[in-house]
Write a protein that binds this ligand. Sequence first.
Ligand SMILES: [Cu+2]
Length: 270
Amino acid sequence: MQYRRAALAVLPIAAVALAMPLVAPAPAFAAESVSVDLQEMGNTGAKGSATLTPMANGDLKISIHSTGMTPNSPHAQHLHGSAGGMDFHCPSMAQDVNHNGYISVEEGLPMYGDIFVSLTTSGDTTKASGLAVDRFPTADAKGNLAYERTIPAAQLPAGTIEHIKDLHIVQHGIDANNNGKYDIGALGESTFAKSLGVPNIPEEATDVATCGMVAGAAAGSVPAGGVNTGDGSSLAQPGPDPALIYSVGGGAVLGSLGLALYRRRKAATA
Ligand SMILES: [Cu+2]
């Protein structure tokens, strides 16, 4: 089984090699640290704070501390948004289309945008690692999550530091029924995962736990691209297709994620 897991873990790397464009190193650009207040999305009970620190050499240091996360469980987390002029925001509960009290990936994506950087603990940080669950931080037994990593400049998408205020942090993975794990019994099967051809992933594992924007970002930017907050008008328009956004590479990663989660779940219930 170790061998099988190792073989699956290679998949994301192969996907990245195919999907990752050449990224020019960011110019050296030192700026102040910015803080991010990670707010509960729906009734998740999770919250936290983060600091993004552009280093003098163009690297980006990320520090995150969250509480109320699903204990002993991995949490996918990303910088979402765009360096290309689109103005994305954290969702509000107006995006909770099915009124279940939580924000699913499908509900959140049109508002918070594509994955910009995957905040993994090691290795690749592109969108292709968006659900590489073996490289995301795991909350402790009390639901506390701590994360710190400095991502090298050469590994950041062009414009990351310059557009830091256009980006925001999203953490995934909730425990809706407070039983200390991700289970299908709580909110059913993840329709997002299923749309990528990976059945039997709990919706709890992919739903949004927290989201936070860089302090002051909303006041300093004007919405572009027709995305509004608050009035829910964007819901009437077809949003980006999540399957397209996560791309073939993301699908491959989710495939390995799904199997890993599924095995853990089986192991936990065995
Ligand atoms: Cu995300």
